[in-house]
Write a protein that binds this ligand. Structure first.
Ligand code: HAM
Length: 422
């Protein structure tokens, strides 16, 4: 039986990698005071048809359920989050700083960096329209990537502003109704032939040269990006951002600030993207709740590719994997006469917080040591004919120590401090 295209099996080694990504996401989000939430995997299709818009609508994993409802697996979180917050807006103090990191589904062509099921971290701030909130969210985005050991030479956050484009387009006579179509042309500018760009812009009565000049020297609303950059400069994070007006984002709900993150080599697709969606909660609540909001989504696929290509990020990941190996201690039963006592040792180690493993049936001592190495254990504790004397072997340094069962847990802890290389 073949896997469906774009879906993944997660064998234990794949799950370990995924857990690494999730653990960094969660710990940095928590450092910024974000709290975790979640929503349903399945939603009514209207939620995305009306609220996501753009190219996402063509990528929905939708079907009619047994109750004749037209539903879709979630392709993104923002419409769900907006619905959730709009319906219980009074229960929470503003600003809300919420994150989630579940899986999403998009019927996209499988390619490098894009799958049909992927994990995506979402961090959103709701109820604050200030540039300080914009800068805080961007600082979080940057610090998450720094949390993986990625530096300013590895990635860049490209900042842009839809209001600036709105001003530009209206100045050229583009109506509000046609704004989305105009932005779609800007969105594809770098990926299309110049002749096509020229022809498409002519439909709006705009010259390509004028668009290029605006990108080179943005004016009007784009000035507020400088304020955001000043805030990031105060935090020492300015080297991670650059103004780039070619970023407009493919989703319909974005209003002001928009941004995307790319690897510096330009080899990968976007690592993350987001922006302000100040009108979405109002739309979701039929005008009842007006609440500014902004956020970003960061997928696991491109991120994992980049981590494995950047040596210091890879080293950091591998150190985490080593520290989170399956067993820290392996109890070697060197004398079957003492298996009962060995079980007591195993139990006390586990109760002492050590990840502990052992062989279920009699095996040669050499085989048991091999098993310990395979599991990546730091220590072997040998239970043999000398019982109640135990032997602790530090597997990396091959040093040996005697221990009594009652002191085993504290002695291992002390050895961990004195033998950091173990
Ligand atoms: P998005 O740009 O559609 O934004 O997705 C954000 C990130 O999710 C992408 O940059 C990419 O890392 C990842 N991603 C998207 N599609 C796929 C895929 N098919 N396979 C693998 N990774 C993928 C949003 O989803 C917005 N809802 C983000 C947001 C949150 N805006 C405000 N709050």
């Amino acid at each position: 039986m073949q896997l469906l295209p774009g879906f993944r099996d997660f064998y234990p080694e794949d799950c370990a990698l995924r857990n690494y990504v999730l653990s960094v996401w969660r710990s940095v989000a928590a450092r910024y005071g974000f709290v975790e939430y979640d929503g349903p995997v399945l939603e009514p299709i209207e939620l995305y048809r009306k609220k996501s818009g753009g190219e996402l609508v063509g990528q929905l994993f939708d079907f009619v359920d047994k109750g004749e409802r037209h539903v879709s697996l979630r392709p993104e979180m923002t419409p769900t989050l907006s619905r959730m917050v709009a319906s219980r807006e009074r229960d929470y103090k503003k600003p809300l700083k919420w994150f989630c990191a579940p899986s999403f589904f998009r019927y996209e062509k499988q390619q490098r960096g894009r799958l049909r099921e992927f994990f995506q971290l979402n961090c959103d701030i709701l109820g604050d329209s200030s540039p300080a909130a914009d800068a805080e969210l961007l600082a979080l985005l940057i610090d998450i990537l720094r949390g993986f050991g990625l530096g300013p030479e590895d990635f860049v956050v490209r900042l842009s502003d839809r209001d600036a484009w709105l001003q530009f387009a209206q100045g050229k006579g583009v109506t509000v109704e046609r704004l989305g179509d105009f932005l779609a042309v800007v969105d594809k500018l770098e990926r299309s032939q110049e002749a096509d760009n020229r022809r498409k812009l002519a439909e709006f009565g705009i010259e390509l040269g004028a668009v290029r000049a605006f990108i080179a020297e943005p004016s009007g609303e784009a000035a507020k990006l400088q304020g955001i950059i000043a805030d990031l400069t105060a935090r020492g994070l300015e080297k991670y951002v650059a103004v780039d007006l070619t970023i407009v984002r493919g989703l319909a709900y974005y209003t002001g600030l928009v941004f995307e993150v790319f690897d510096r080599n330009g080899k990968e697709r976007a690592l993350a993207g987001g922006g302000r969606y100040d009108g979405l909660l109002e739309l979701m609540s039929d005008g009842k709740v007006k609440m500014p909001a902004l956020g970003f989504g960061m997928g696991d696929v491109v991120l994992a590719n980049l981590i494995s290509e950047v040596p210091h990020a890879k080293a950091k990941r591998d150190a985490w994997l080593a520290a989170n190996r399956a067993a820290e201690v392996y109890v070697v039963v060197a004398d079957e006469e003492h298996r009962t006592e060995a079980l007591g040792v195993v139990q006390s180690l586990r109760e002492g917080g050590w990840r502990t493993d052992f062989a279920f049936s009699a095996a040669k001592v050499g085989k048991q040591f091999q098993a310990a190495e395979t599991l990546g254990a730091q220590f072997a504790v040998v239970v043999g004919a000398e019982w109640p004397e135990l032997k602790i072997k530090a597997l990396a340094t091959r040093t040996e120590h005697s221990a009594a069962p009652a002191q085993l847990v504290s002695q291992l802890r002390a050895l961990c401090v004195t033998q950091p290389s173990a």
